[in-house]
Write a protein that binds this ligand. Sequence first.
Ligand SMILES: C[C@H](CCC(=O)NCC(=O)O)[C@H]1CC[C@H]2[C@@H]3[C@H](O)C[C@@H]4C[C@H](O)CC[C@]4(C)[C@H]3CC[C@]12C
Length: 325
Amino acid sequence: MCTSILYTAGDHYFGRNLDLEVSFGQEVVVTPRDYPFDFRKMPTLNHHYAIIGMALVKDNYPLYFDGANEEGLGMAGLNFAGLAHFSPVEDGKDNVSPFEFIPYVLGQCKDVAEAKKLLTNLNLVNINFSDQLQLSPLHWLIADRQGASIVVESTQSGLHVYDNPVGVLTNNPEFPSQMTNLANYQSVSPADPVNTLMPKKELKTYSRGLGSHMLPGGMDSESRFVKECFTLHNAPAGGSELENVTNYFHCLHAVEQQKGLDEVAPDTFEYTIYSDGINLATGTFYYTTYENNQINAVQMHNVDLDAKKLAQFPLVKEQVINNQN
Ligand SMILES: C[C@H](CCC(=O)NCC(=O)O)[C@H]1CC[C@H]2[C@@H]3[C@H](O)C[C@@H]4C[C@H](O)CC[C@]4(C)[C@H]3CC[C@]12C
């Protein structure tokens, strides 16, 4: 499972938890402006916006899991198993495979409004990257540095682009169903509850935090969607980049999966392999890994964005303990 968010605190911060039982060997990858993006059915993009994000580089092709471009448009692919449907190539359509979708959008669009325009003739097609790396059943969260966000889902009933008023995406069910389910949790609150159960009787509160007693806490995607909406929309805005980044990672880590809690096969557990976030205004990309709670950063503009080669930063996976004596 995965969770992706857009946190607003002066600047906008975008990223995700990647929850899975196996690692693909992903790293932080910057694709400079003149690094050609070849597409199977669309013309090559020889010049495009530079992109920073988490990717697996295969045969010199950056297979992005999530990322953002130099204009502050971000995008993340999350599992949408059993519901994602990718079609055959159709003449007259913009035929793009899911593995090309992040470079296709981030390479050309500076904000959500431009992305929406680009998507009007899109057909997400069932073309594998290779026999070894077949299509993943994904849906996507796209967000920009003005705070707009949309969800893109390609299902049996066609391509759907939804405005996302909450800035959160997890996995199944479809986005509109997740939004409908939220209504069940409207009374969840950081404040003490008001006794509407028996208004004329006194009920003593026995604990702090009772306003969130009904908040779901399961690993499943519906529970994480509700929990993250509550966490994100009650998170304070910090007064500095350091405070904002700290708050941002608390929001993501609130729904992280620890090893041992989500068994996907006998004795095999999905866990939060990494959490990442980019300040969409400055291009600083931050991440933590399961093994290393320290926040690491790669600043996109410290890389030569006119270079000819990809810039690759292997993840720092070693735990760092600040020994005080
Ligand atoms: C499985 C995860 C999504 C995490 C998630 O939701 N997990 C588990 C669950 O819910 O079951 C997705 C997100 C991005 C995906 C990768 C990217 O799309 C890039 C690449 C695309 C190729 O078609 C397949 C491999 C490859 C490398 C994908 C493998 C599966 C990834 C890593």
